[in-house]
Design a binder for this molecule. Sequence first.
Ligand SMILES: Cc1cc2nc3c(=O)[nH]c(=O)nc-3n(C[C@H](O)[C@H](O)[C@H](O)COP(=O)(O)OP(=O)(O)OC[C@H]3O[C@@H](n4cnc5c(N)ncnc54)[C@H](O)[C@@H]3O)c2cc1C
Length: 717
Amino acid sequence: MEAPLSHGKGAVPQPPILHLGSLFASLKLLERRRRRAASRTAACAAPPVLPTATQPALVARLWHLLDDWLLGPCRRRLGALALSPVARGVALVCAAGALLRWYARRRRQQQPPGATGRRVCVVGGGIAGAGAAWSLRRSGFDVTLYEQKPALGGNAKSHGWQVPLKAGASAGASSSAGGDGVAAPAATTREVRTGLSVLAWPGELFHTYNALLAHLGIETVEHVLRFFVGRRRATGCGDSSGGSSGDGSSGAVECVFAHDRESHTDEAQLAARQPWLAADLARWRRLAAFVRRVNGFFAPAPLRRAAATSGPGGGAAAVAVAVRGKSCYRNSLLNPLNVVPLRALARWGFGVSDRFWGEVFVPVHTSTFLEAHMDDLPAVLAELLEDIVPLAEPGAPPVMRTWAAGNADAVFEALAAGLQGAGGGEGKLRLGCEVEAVRLEECGGGGGGGAVLPSGSAAASTRSRTVAVVEDDEGRTERFDHVVFACGAPAALRALKRFSSDTASSGGWLALPRALAQQCWHWLATATLRNVRYVESRDALFSSGEAHSDSAAALPPQFEGELLQRFCNYVEVQGGDGDGGGALAYENTFIVSSWSPPALAPDVAGQRPMLVSYGCKERLRNTPAALFERNVTGREAHPCLTTTNLALSTAVWPRLQGLHGGALYFAGSSVTPGNGHDLSLLSGLVVAAAVGAPFPFVENEAALSDFHALQGMMGLG
Ligand SMILES: Cc1cc2nc3c(=O)[nH]c(=O)nc-3n(C[C@H](O)[C@H](O)[C@H](O)COP(=O)(O)OP(=O)(O)OC[C@H]3O[C@@H](n4cnc5c(N)ncnc54)[C@H](O)[C@@H]3O)c2cc1C
């Protein structure tokens, strides 16, 4: 081991501030060795031309100057901090991250300007991938979109329900005369196609998604979505027998919380019936106002700057709109509420009871988070949650937007329109085609890597560039200038498992540092992908559900009619002892037929309940086949909002984007700090912009401001 350096200051310990101390030590050591070698050479050869004796003295003086003048004061001020291994670790990670970002930016800047001929592969046909592909294609890129399922949409699935027609209603074309002139029998049912998983969005917050739909000419409508939480005293999923009294006695279901229901909006009535709830709602109101104030104080500057400098309508008015307007992206890393658990703040800061948490907050937000584990949600989210599904004011139910057609099929059709081959052939849209492996190759510049790029590809014409080789499940390989992973983290991990790079072999020993950097990147990327956690890993509630029409089994009889008419979600709380103790279990039934626009058409309205139930398997085990539609699985679909996922999305993902000369990017729900259609779409557009496609909605102040904010968060600004 090296002896600690002493440089005229006695035995004072040397705190390694950013390891500069050891750097200088190494320099001195090198210089000493060089001197020794030089003197050996001098003994047996001609004397050197330059008087080298002055050089060590120069180095030593430089070292003393730097050490005393620069590091000395730092050490005195930061002594304790600098010594702490945590601080050293953080400094090291920050320095490495900054270096990686600088390197990534430098390599990205070496990309050939313009889109012509540049080939992009997008993996995943959810909203992130389809959005990125659309944006890149309209900017002139040559895009190929791979989707492993037979249809685009990802989580935005749709389903066609056969609904009996009302007496006297006709099913249009189906009841007209047949081709042979014989009148076809009048149809008695009609297909009603609704969304199945992604159903609606908060219109006030999803600026980019709204802008996209307006641009594509897709009609949307507003709907009031009321939530209903019922409490069943007796445990057991199969127990639906005693649910007729409504008085909260054993086996019965009582209404705990309901939006826009007289018993919950009339304060006097609420205080008389459920005094604990009235008191907790007042406390929750105070908490929400507090979080709003703190978040407002820490609102990040990019929102203001972006609005101030953007678009033809920029200026002071735009600033006010962007800052005051609601946004999913209005967060600052400096906000202390990022690290305060919401539950702790509610309980210890505002006295909100455990009962409110377990019987109101968690059940209502099972639909938001698709899980019931919410203890580690950061308090910073309370503002956003109140904007999406307000609890503080039960009389003001959430107002959401949805597609007038009831499903997102038309959106994906429009996004992929230019990718289809002539006559609906495969073209650049690879449906039912899974990307199995991605690896890198060095091409051009006489490197001899052997990569053959399609003629016209930008990479083929440049000096030396990294290209990505994509292999699909049929063993076909294609080379691209860029790959955008817009699939879940596990799929990206599988594709990168066989990652290899022939950079070193193609560029000789000079390419070794780059090959080393690529391997480091690969190690960090796979470690990150492996650590993205999905809701099913800790809560199986939403990992599989059933689409059905068995309302008698899924809904409590005394509220069935009311629920089917007015509410969008029925969440049942079971187990526990009623005042927050014991484990609670939840069932969640989405009542699609009560509000989805096509289900409200006059010829079918109220004719058939359309329900999607989660956690109700037992209860639905005797459902007749005629009432059962299909299973709905949501595996690897919803990353949970854990501290790890948030830390990955804000601190690690930005360092991994666009490395290898912009060859590999990541978009979609696994890289965004939250999960929603707007976040995924915007992440796709941010990546598309990094590749070279301008943001398509620059004239929309709110969307542009969100874009800049997410760009910063994703490290692609
Ligand atoms: C049950 C449920 C309900 C939801 N409800 C809402 C809602 O109401 N509103 C809302 O805003 N958000 C909702 N979300 C959130 C929703 O997940 C996001 O809004 C968004 O759909 C995520 O889009 P994405 O493109 O990031 O990912 P996904 O939609 O998951 O798309 C990823 C795609 O990649 C494909 N893929 C995976 N691996 C490969 C491979 N190797 N090769 C090729 N393709 C591959 C998958 O098949 C999939 O189509 C819901 C999510 C779930 C699970």
